[in-house]
Design a protein around this ligand. Structure first.
Ligand code: URP
Ligand code: ZN
Ligand code: ZN
Length: 489
């Protein structure tokens, strides 16, 4: 008879708050004890010299999703979740993306059918709302939020997805009424459209012009506008995949004013630049994502935002398309930049890249690394403390890192189905060598040890982060201006 199913001994545990030496005892898939000299476990892992960290919570990835171009992502819930877990991530929250005219409930059922038999780690979905009809906003969305889909993404650009400001206000009002977090893709649609048309009309169709058409000003403007919509509605908001100092400054200013504006950045904005889109032939297409990578100064700004707390989360925005006619080049061998499927892969390298260049190079400390990659996403998306931390009662989702292991990245060692990595040839120091999901050893010695379909769906709680400040703009004063409350409480 043993006290624990699993004991991880002699490691250094780090959470978003503290770093300490202790053993971790796991029983029935949960953390049951933290302490020195724990009693024997049915299975024991010696973590001497290792870091014992919460498994990553990946809050932004596109898996088995039809893009706005109608292109299916290269990863399904099996390859996507396998790739995630090999990179130290134990929870994924991809998107259940509504197609225009489709019922949101139907969207979710379709994703359940895909994920259930395939996912190897726990998962939930954010909703993508592309068609905020009366039926969707009045009935389907409230019911789904109550069922645990407590976050959703809206787009200010892309023809097939974008909402206008009026629709954004309706979505924010629904989020306020029902208790959900709104994630925003903030880029100015007409600036992109105008620039793209002029570029292509002038014969400038190559991948590098993608970065020109998605201007910094357009990202800054849309971030500013989104923040004002959030301010008017007194409803928190998360601005995803921030790439520019312009947008970051808008966010920082709003945060300094006490607004609940959260923000995310991603590996492509730390490690790639617009120069990558100017590689030989069509190779630049592999680096086309929206917003696009910028330059060295923008990279430095993103690092500053990660260190100073402007960014709450660091996600991959894994949007996997193969470099062939099933993905990036679906429109032909030499498409214009407007026809290239948007997105880069990164779900497996998200944590190693940030660990190596962030913690390893002294740009952020270990606790901030944990906050950015696990704890804050769990909090923003209503999963904390079940996920995203190492605490008694939490799910035993743990990544054991060898901080000294050096790995030279090549696509052949990764587990996604993309066929290339934007980070080919880069050497990282620090690697998640053993990964545990709900107490099950999922990855050890480079081997997957959990079966397709063994991941569990996660219904999520009301995210505290989405609670309004209760600070209304004077114009919204019901007594003075409307004679009745117009905002849902
Ligand atoms: O280029 C990107 N990021 N593609 C994925 C879709 C999105 O906007 O997140
Ligand atoms: Zn987006
Ligand atoms: Zn995305």
């Amino acid at each position: 008879m043993t006290d624990f199913d699993l004991v991880i001994r002699n490691g250094t545990v780090a959470t978003a708050a503290d770093t300490f030496a202790c053993d971790v005892g796991v029983r029935d898939g949960r953390i049951a004890a933290l302490g020195e000299g724990l009693a024997a476990g049915g299975r024991e892992i010696d973590a001497t010299g290792m870091l014992v960290l919460p498994g990553g919570v990946e809050g932004h990835c596109h898996i088995e999703q039809l893009s706005s171009f109608g292109v299916m992502s290269a990863d399904d819930f099996h390859s996507g979740s396998v790739s995630a877990v090999f990179g130290g991530t134990t929870t994924i929250i991809p998107f259940a993306a509504q197609q225009k005219g489709e019922s949101l409930r139907r969207t979710v059922e379709d994703y359940h059918a895909c994920a259930g038999p395939k996912a190897v780690i726990d998962y939930g979905y954010h909703l993508i709302i592309s068609d905020p009809s009366e039926q969707v906003m009045g009935q389907e969305l409230p019911a789904l939020i109550r069922d645990g889909f407590t976050s959703f993404k809206v787009y200010m650009t892309y023809d097939a997805m974008r909402l206008d400001d009026y629709q954004m206000l309706e979505v924010l009002a629904a989020a306020r009424r029902e208790g959900a977090l709104v994630m925003v893709h903030a880029e100015n649609h007409d600036m992109i459209r105008w620039l793209s048309e002029k570029l292509i009309d002038g014969g400038n169709w190559q991948p590098k012009y993608h970065a020109v058409s998605h201007s910094r000003a357009g990202e800054g403007e849309a971030a500013h506008r989104a923040i004002q919509l959030s301010r008017l509605m007194d409803q928190p908001m998360l601005i995803v995949h921030v790439s520019t100092e312009q947008a970051m400054d808008e966010i920082r200013r709003a945060q300094d004013q006490g607004l609940k504006i959260y923000a995310e950045t991603c590996p492509q904005y730390l490690f790639l630049t617009a120069q990558d889109l100017d590689r030989d032939g069509m190779d630049g297409a592999m680096f086309c994502c929206s917003p696009p990578p910028r330059d060295a100064a923008a990279q430095e700004a993103m690092w500053r935002g990660l260190a100073n707390g402007t960014f709450a989360i660091f996600s991959s925005d894994h949007a996997p398309y193969r470099f062939d006619d099933s993905g990036k080049l679906h429109a032909g061998p030499e498409p214009t930049f407007k026809q290239i499927a948007n997105g880069v892969p990164g779900i497996e390298l998200r944590l190693p890249l940030l660990f190596s260049e962030g913690v390893g190079k002294g740009r952020i400390d270990l606790n901030r690394f944990v906050a950015l990659t696990a704890t804050n996403a769990a909090k923003l998306y209503g999963l904390h403390p079940r996920k995203g931390t190492i605490a008694i009662g939490s799910d035993a989702d743990i990544a054991i890192w060898d901080p000294e292991r050096e790995v030279t990245v090549s696509h052949s060692m990764l587990h996604d189905n993309v066929g290339y990595t934007p980070y080919e040839g880069r050497t990282v120091k620090g690697w998640p060598v053993t990964v545990i999901s709900r107490g099950r050893v999922a990855v050890m010695e480079g081997e997957l040890q959990v079966a397709a379909g063994s991941g569990e769906f996660l219904g999520r709680d009301f995210p505290e982060a989405a609670r309004p400040l209760g600070r209304l703009e004077p114009e919204m004063d019901p007594a003075r201006n409307f004679g009745a409350e117009i905002l849902p409480r």
